[in-house]
Design a protein around this ligand. Structure first.
Ligand code: FMN
Length: 350
């Protein structure tokens, strides 16, 4: 059941328009330097990712596991993570707890030397729903399965609200995250609806090691669930999917709110290396790409490699044309914030 749903998510994300209507990265303009005084060949993109040196500030964001298709995608993404020496997250690993025989659709990534592997579980699964919550023993199993350095806890209550089989309870979730963060290195992650100021304050207090903002502007899970509801003729959920298609906090806003206070992964709607550069300029330590890296990932490793190679090139061109040589300098570049994003940064009070 979960496995079918996961496969459906991938197919829908590949074939349909699932993006939010507005991409907020378009509201940031980096200021050009026509006299950059940098040698392109001396540009350095290596950096410290929560204690591990990686070659580029790129995270392959959590997407999949639990099916044959997922195994193929995870293998291709993992090979690229090794090639570029960058971190990789897996999709929700709940299926591996419930069906141990599916474990190798995740652990397939162990065939590759990946600097940082991130296990992934949904916040709703940590508290009482129709099913019993996951235990520490379950978390240990998931972390050991892939040799993860971090446990991502993802927040997806927008999706839970729209999907037919969604978990409806969020009461007590923060306390549970705090308890888990005492014993495990946790990264808190949204899945396309971003974190507000209050969320970020709560998460910093909870003791998580980093925040992956997963903000509004890219993949919309209300949109993905809209297509699933449409297929089954569920008018109520189809309507709710449309109504909440653009719900959330824009990715750049969440980054601005969190950066300097806790390590931040900028994600949600990153399409290319220039978007990545914009995220870093706002103070993110790295950027996370999901749907952009899904393209062709079920087909061939070469497509993934070319995709990441292009992102890196664009990122470095952005560095060059703003007179930026190091990652430290990248976080201080001049930029203009305009349009809907400016409405947010000017108008977000309370
Ligand atoms: C097909 C698909 C499956 C996803 N599954 C998960 C998941 O299991 N766990 C998770 O934390 N995020 C999941 N995500 C969310 C992404 O990691 C990311 O936060 C979101 O898609 C926004 O990034 P994007 O605009 O680059 O796609 C999934 C995204 C896609 C497209």
């Amino acid at each position: 059941m979960i496995a079918n749903r996961k496969e459906e998510h991938i197919r829908i994300a590949e074939k349909n328009e699932v993006n939010a209507s507005h991409n907020y990265w378009d509201d940031i303009v980096m200021v050009h330097r026509s006299i950059p005084e940098v040698d392109y060949n001396s540009i350095e993109t290596n950096m410290d990712f929560l204690g591990t040196v990686i070659d580029y500030p790129i995270l392959i964001s959590s997407m999949t596991g639990g099916t044959e298709l997922a195994r193929k995608i995870n293998r291709n993404l993992a090979r690229a993570a090794e090639k570029f020496n960058i971190p990789m997250g897996l999709g929700s690993m709940r299926a591996a707890v419930e069906h141990r025989e599916l474990g190798d659709t995740y652990s397939v990534i162990n065939d590759f030397k990946i600097p940082v592997k991130l296990a992934n579980i949904g916040a709703p699964q940590l508290i009482e729903q129709d099913k019993k919550p996951l235990t520490e023993k379950d978390l240990d199993y998931l972390i050991d399965l892939i040799g993860a350095k971090f446990l991502i806890i993802h927040f997806n209550f927008l999706q839970e609200m729209i999907q037919p089989e969604g978990d409806r309870n969020a009461k007590g979730v923060l306390k549970r995250v705090s308890e888990i963060a005492e014993s495990y290195p946790v990264i808190a992650k949204e899945t396309g609806a971003g974190f507000s100021r209050d969320d970020i304050n709560d998460l910093i207090d909870s003791g998580v090691k980093a925040i992956d903002v997963g903000g509004l502007g890219g993949t919309s899970f209300a949109a993905i669930e809209y297509y699933r509801a449409e297929k089954t003729g569920d008018m109520e959920k189809t309507r709710a999917g449309t109504t909440f298609w653009n719900w959330g906090v824009p990715s750049p806003v969440s980054i601005i709110l969190a950066s300097g206070r806790i390590p931040v992964i900028g994600s949600g709607g990153l399409r290319n290396g220039l978007d990545l550069f914009k995220a870093i300029s706002l103070g993110a330590m790295a950027g996370g790409f999901a749907r952009t890296l899904l393209e062709g990932a079920d087909d061939s490793y070469e497509t993934v490699e070319m995709n990441i190679r292009t992102i890196i090139r664009e990122f470095k061109i952005g560095m060059m044309l703003t007179g930026t040589r190091t990652m430290g300098e990248a976080r201080t570049r001049s930029r203009i914030i305009k349009g809907e994003l400016k409405d947010w940064t000017d108008g977000y009070v309370g």
